[in-house]
Design a protein around this ligand. Structure first.
Ligand code: HEM
Ligand code: HEM
Length: 169
């Protein structure tokens, strides 16, 4: 039988410093547990990521690693000609892709669809065409690839807009 403490007896005789410490520790623990419960987002797979969500975040993290290497190369060389390629590799290839991945992680019904896999393919193809395309355009070589990449990137965003509205509460 667990020992119960009667907190209602607050007179000087029953006051014990260790009880006060216990009370403070318990209530702050309960408050932090309530805070955690209120702020914790339900995740699938107990904190792990899979499927389209994982593909988006993993691919984006590879893109940003390449983008950082490019950024360091630019900083070292003091030649910022390719800054737009670096900017879009990081922002379209990482920030946007990671946001898609997190969205699909939070909305499993949207992730478990063929459209989500098509979305991943078009978004990735968009970055893979757009970034080299920006390099070619910046070097005044060719503008076709950047046009194709831009349209694929736009297409990927339109799929996302459709998905967000389709899976609204
Ligand atoms: C190791 C990491 C990075 C390095 C060394 C780096 C370096 C650089 C350099 C040298 C520039 C050219 C600045 C200029 O021409 O004014 C630049 C531009 C830029 N970087 Fe990075 N960068 C890094 C990571 C990132 C990341 C992670 C992002 C985004 C998530 C990012 C976004 C941008 C953007 C948007 C620009 C264009 C800014 C503008 O044109 O005003 N960079 N970066
Ligand atoms: C179809 C998609 C997109 C197209 C066609 C596009 C096109 C462009 C163009 C033509 C510029 C000017 C580059 C220059 O001055 O040399 C630019 C700059 C910029 N864009 Fe985009 N963009 C797209 C998507 C995005 C997205 C999704 C983001 C952010 C998430 C973004 C962030 C930026 C930033 C920060 C700059 C200034 C950086 C710089 O000048 O280097 N763009 N974009």
């Amino acid at each position: 039988m667990p020992r119960r403490i009667d907190w209602s007896r607050g007179n000087a005789e029953s006051f014990r410093p260790h009880r006060l410490r216990h009370f403070v520790a318990c209530s702050s623990f309960r408050a932090s547990a309530r805070f955690r419960a209120a702020t914790t987002v339900q995740t699938r797979g107990r904190g792990s990521m899979r499927g389209v969500s994982l593909w988006f975040v993993a691919t984006g993290s590879v893109f940003v690693t390449l983008g950082m290497l490019g950024g360091i190369a630019m900083a070292v060389s003091s030649d910022h000609t390719l800054a737009p390629a670096h900017a879009h590799l990081n922002l379209v290839g990482w920030v946007t892709m990671a946001l898609f991945g997190i969205y699909y992680h939070l909305v499993p019904a949207a992730a478990d669809t063929r459209l989500a896999r098509v979305h991943y393919t078009i978004a990735t193809a968009g970055v893979l065409a757009m970034v080299p395309g920006i390099i070619l355009a910046a070097l005044e070589r060719d503008e076709l690839l950047v046009a194709v990449g831009s349209l694929l990137t736009l297409g990927s965003m339109l799929i996302f807009v459709f998905t967000v509205f389709r899976h609204r509460a």
